[in-house]
Design a protein around this ligand. Structure first.
Ligand code: SAH
Ligand code: SF4
Length: 338
């Protein structure tokens, strides 16, 4: 088992069960998350027998770098191999306000959205919490810089790996470890209604983004077959519930596809759907993938859509593209490599 899979409490219990005091667990935690050791032998302030016990019970190596690709704008895409040979990717984006990493939560994804490269790769398995954490640590080591922001928008549906996701949040947030503030973390879901409601009661102020992509069931089902299980009315209702519980603004992700969901009529329909909700819409020009028949919206259509939302007092941003030249849309490096 990977040592990063353990919460601090679990490390305390493990060492206690073996006759060691709590401060030993705190020391170990420091080595793992502040020093970011890659080998237990690097520990130099703990008794040999503890180090032996830990290293024969747990492993430290979760990921092996297979490929990295850096683009002009500094975006760094890393392809990692897991212990069982599965491949995952993490994307590091350098922003003016800090470094941000996009992490993967599953090998493949079962939601199967028709526009998404990763949706074509059926889920092989969930990542453990430790494997998600390791993406942050390995990328920091590679970069030799700190990562300040986390977006859970890589391959996979995070709310389909809910318990490991929450464990991941707890560990990276620990002030005596990676210390990434909850407000610097964003998780994106395709709209698993019951989990959105459950997440409303999670005790960290993590940002929530919902992949809506359409204002009605007809278009949304075309893009996301999960809309049949969780139709748009239910998703909106879950968002309302979340807003009421948390008082925190929700991000609505909206990829823009030529002729499908980018017309003025659709924009007005979206205005109706979102009116009165404390949300902001992030318009994302679609990144074309070989596996899907869709085209990116024309620039004029993007701007027109943006203007209509704005005129109707819907908070909106039009995402500038990043990492476009290295296929930064989720799943693409992996599917090319396979
Ligand atoms: N499964 C989750 C999180 C991962 S996808 C979800 O769907 O929300 C993260 C975001 O990238 C989603 O909003 C998704 O719709 C978007 N996305 C996927 N493929 C894309 C593509 N080819 N171009 C632009 N955005 C894409
Ligand atoms: Fe899965 Fe998200 Fe891709 Fe849909 S968009 S297939 S939910 S990763």
């Amino acid at each position: 088992m990977l040592i990063y899979d353990l919460t601090k409490e679990e490390i305390i219990t493990f060492l206690k069960d073996n006759g060691y005091k709590k401060y030993r667990a705190e020391q170990l935690w420091h080595w793992l998350y502040i020093q970011k050791i890659q080998n237990f032998n690097e520990i130099n302030n703990m008794p040999k027998e503890i180090i032996e016990l830990v290293s024969k019970t747990y492993t430290l190596s979760a990921l092996e770098l297979v490929l990295k690709h850096e683009s002009q704008d500094g975006t760094l895409k890393c392809l990692y191999s897991l212990h069982d040979g599965h491949l995952i990717e993490s994307v590091l984006m350098r922003q003016h306000y800090g470094n941000s990493i996009c992490v993967t939560t599953q090998v493949g994804c079962n939601i199967g959205c028709s526009f998404c490269a990763s949706g074509q790769l059926k889920k092989k398995r969930d990542l453990t919490a430790g494997e998600i954490i390791a993406q942050v640590i390995q990328t920091e080591l590679l970069l030799k810089e700190r990562i300040n922001y986390i977006v859970v928008m890589g391959i996979g549906e995070p709310f389909d790996n809910y318990d490991n996701l929450l464990k991941f949040f707890k560990t990276i947030n620990d002030p005596k470890g990676l210390s990434i503030g909850a407000r610097h973390i964003t998780v994106s879901t395709s709209g698993i209604v019951d989990k959105i409601k459950e997440f409303a009661h999670f005790d960290m102020q993590v940002n929530l983004a919902i992949s809506l992509h359409a204002p009605n069931n007809e278009i949304r089902t075309k893009l996301m077959k999960i809309n049949q299980a969780f139709p748009i009315e239910d998703v909106i209702e879950a968002i309302k519930y979340y807003l009421k519980q948390t008082n925190r603004r929700v991000t609505i992700e909206y990829i823009m596809i030529d002729g499908l969901n980018d017309t003025p009529k659709v924009a007005l329909e979206l205005v109706q759907r979102l009116r009165g909700l404390n949300v902001y819409v992030n318009l994302i020009p679609y990144n074309e993938v070989l596996e899907a028949p869709y085209k990116r919206s024309e620039r004029e259509a993007q701007l027109r859509f943006y203007d209509i939302l704005k005129q109707h007092n819907i908070q909106v941003t039009l995402r500038k593209e990043q990492g476009h030249d290295i296929n930064a849309a989720c799943g693409q490096l992996r599917s090319q490599h396979l």
